[in-house]
Design a binder for this molecule. Structure first.
Ligand SMILES: NC(=O)c1ccc[n+]([C@@H]2O[C@H](COP(=O)([O-])OP(=O)(O)OC[C@H]3O[C@@H](n4cnc5c(N)ncnc54)[C@H](O)[C@@H]3O)[C@@H](O)[C@H]2O)c1
Length: 348
């Protein structure tokens, strides 16, 4: 924060304002103090994705450069007062309001159902416009209309994340539609079961192609845009299976793919940490979705529940708070985290 204040207020103030001190009107002084005050109490990182705060930062810089041009300064003052009023309403309201994501664009892959659908609703309710990406165009369109019914701007995109050209086309479509991308939940994933000695090469290629390579395609395409902006929040979906060998089902391929997602997340986090883009992942335990409702898995359920200290599967809603936090500017010092949400399953 000191860095920001220094960059946008004090340095230009010292170098540009002092020589023109005589032309520094009382109003301008008031404006600089008020802006300084609000920027300070809101702890805004540079390149804050909120369009109001971003506009305020830009205006501050412009105003400092316009000193001496009274008309321009007065015009900027009026705009700044309006922006400050909007920002005040949004951010002067305590900690909960700082979780709001108004004006941001979020992408969720695998959002046509299950965990992705819940994340899309949560990010929309927090203020984002949401891109609903899924290989299934029908379910993606349904979720997009659920969001529209709540007055959340949304956009359905059909994508197979295992195909790099489709992921790149999705990014282009998002930028054409919304002009920006601030938050990306790379959540799409598939599972399979087989005994290691019987696992076919095709299973390996398919699962790794979606869960690992597909997630990487997404991180890469998203980061190319976010790094240019100097701001981004990437949240991958890994799994409890990355931490522990779940039983009794045999799933060497799925477990390996999710363990790799965690390490890929940490690696990319270090590469992009200094450039405003954080990369984290969530590792859900067993969640009650289509993925765990398959008939072939029902015999295993009783054992899963025995092995979970909380004695139940998770509801999709129980993952959303972590994701909204990781997506928020408040998580600016959190990167490379594997956020385990498993009812205690990995503790036993
Ligand atoms: N359900 C669980 O218990 C659980 C636990 C840990 C991790 N996970 C992970 O959470 C994520 C979501 O799981 P879920 O339970 O909601 O599963 P789900 O099967 O209910 O939903 C997955 C969604 O991803 C979409 N999808 C599949 N392949 C895709 C592709 N190639 N490109 C784009 N979209 C694709 C599907 O159409 C579907 O809408 C997955 O990565 C999964 O591995 C799930």
């Amino acid at each position: 924060m000191e860095d920001l204040v220094d960059k946008i207020i004090l340095v230009p103030f010292r170098s540009a304002v002092l020589p023109h001190y005589v032309s520094l009107t009382w109003e301008l002084w008031e404006f600089l103090s008020a802006s300084h005050f609000y920027l300070q109490i809101m702890s805004i990182p540079t390149n804050h994705p909120d369009p109001t705060l971003h506009a305020l930062q830009t205006l501050l810089q412009e105003t400092i450069h316009s000193i001496g041009n009274e008309d321009q300064v007065k015009k900027n003052l009026n705009t700044a007062k309006q922006l400050l009023d909007t920002a005040r309403v949004r951010y002067d309201d305590g900690i909960l309001s700082k979780f709001r994501l108004d004006g941001q664009v979020a992408l969720v892959t695998g959002a046509g159902q299950g965990i992705g659908r819940a994340l899309a609703h949560a990010l929309g309710e927090a203020g984002c416009s949401v891109v609903i990406a899924d290989i299934n165009a029908t379910t993606a369109a349904t979720v997009a209309s659920e969001l529209e019914a709540k007055n959340i701007q949304s956009f359905a995109v059909k994508v197979d994340i295992s195909k790099k050209e489709e992921v790149d086309a999705m990014m282009e479509a998002i930028l054409a539609k919304f002009g920006n991308l601030h938050i990306a939940c790379n959540n799409a994933g598939i599972a399979s079961q087989s005994k290691g000695e019987e696992t076919e090469e095709v299973e390996w290629d398919t699962i790794l192609g979606v869960n690992l390579k597909g997630t990487f395609h997404c991180c890469q395409a998203e980061a190319k845009h976010m790094l240019k902006n100097g701001y981004g929040r990437i949240i991958n979906t890994a799994s409890l299976c990355a931490k522990t060998v779940v039983k009794p089902q045999c799933q060497v391929v799925y477990n390996s793919s999710k363990a790799a997602v965690v390490h890929m997340t940490k690696t990319l986090a270090t590469e992009w940490a200094g450039r405003g883009v954080t990369v984290n992942c969530i590792s859900p335990g067993y969640v009650d979705t289509e993925l765990t409702r398959g008939e072939h898995l029902q015999d295993f359920r009783a054992q899963w529940i025995r092995d979970i200290p909380m004695k139940r599967l998770a509801d999709v809603a129980e993952l959303t708070g972590a994701v909204v936090y990781l997506a928020s500017p408040l998580a600016s010092y959190t990167t490379g985290l594997d956020f385990i949400i498993d009812g205690g399953a990995t503790l036993w």
